[in-house]
Design a protein around this ligand. Sequence first.
Ligand SMILES: CC(C)(COP(=O)(O)OP(=O)(O)OC[C@H]1O[C@@H](n2cnc3c(N)ncnc32)[C@H](O)[C@@H]1OP(=O)(O)O)[C@@H](O)C(=O)NCCC(=O)NCCS
Length: 204
Amino acid sequence: MFFKRLNQDLTAFCSRDPAATSKLHVLLLYPGLHALLLHRLAHRLWRMHLRFPALFIAFLSRFLTNIEIHPAATIQEGLVIDHGSGLVIGETTIIGKHCTLYQNVTLGGIAPSINTASQKNRQRHPHLHDYVIIGAGAQVLGAITIGTGARIGANAVVTNNVKPHTTVVGIPAKPIKHTPQKTAPDFQPYALTTDTQKDDKKAR
Ligand SMILES: CC(C)(COP(=O)(O)OP(=O)(O)OC[C@H]1O[C@@H](n2cnc3c(N)ncnc32)[C@H](O)[C@@H]1OP(=O)(O)O)[C@@H](O)C(=O)NCCC(=O)NCCS
C-alpha cells in the first residue's frame, strides 16, 4: 500500500514538473514530496489524537522543507507541491484529488472580525475541489470553495469562491476564463493536467 501510493506520487510529480528527470531524483531531492510524506504521518497521528507528536512531525517537516502543513489538513491523493518553498496550508484546509500547488502559496484563514477563540473548530480555510492549480505566490484565504479544475494565477489574492473550470488572476482575483466543463482541464504553464491524469492512472 505504502509503495503503491509512493509510486503514484512519484508519477504525479514526474508528469507535472517538466524539470523532473527521474523518479529517483524526485524521491531523494524534492522537498514537496518529502513534505507530503511527512504530512501523511503527521495526519495519521493527529487523527489518533496524538497531537504533540503530530505537531512535532509538522515542525520537523517545515524545518527540513520550508513547507508548513498543519497536521489536521485533509489532503487527498495526487497532490503535487512543485518547489513548495514558503507554502502554508492551514488547519481546516481540504484539498481534493490531483491538485497542484507552487511555491509561496497560502491556503489560510482570513482575519476574523470576531475573536480567535470563537473561530476554533470551525472551517476557516479553503476547500479545493479536484484538479485545482494554484500559481506561485497566490493567497487563497477564508472558508471558500475553489471549484473543480479552477486555476488561480500567480500572485492572485482570492477571498471569494471560484467556480469550477474558471481561471482567476489579480488582486482581488477576478475571472479571466471559463472553459467548458471537462474532468481534467488543460494547464499550459507547467501542469499539463490531461497528460497528468493519464499518467496518474497508469501508475495505479
Ligand atoms: C493564470 C494562468 C494560469 C493563466 O494562464 P493562461 O490561461 O495561459 O492565460 P494567458 O497567459 O492567456 O493570460 C490571459 C490574460 O491574463 C493575464 N494574466 C495571466 N496570468 C496572470 C497573473 N498571474 N496575474 C495577472 N494577470 C495574469 C495575461 O496577461 C492575459 O492578459 P491579456 O488578456 O490582457 O493579455 C497563468 O498565467 C499563471 O499565472 N500560471 C501560474 C504559473 C506559475 O505559478 N508558475 C510557477 C512555476 S515555478
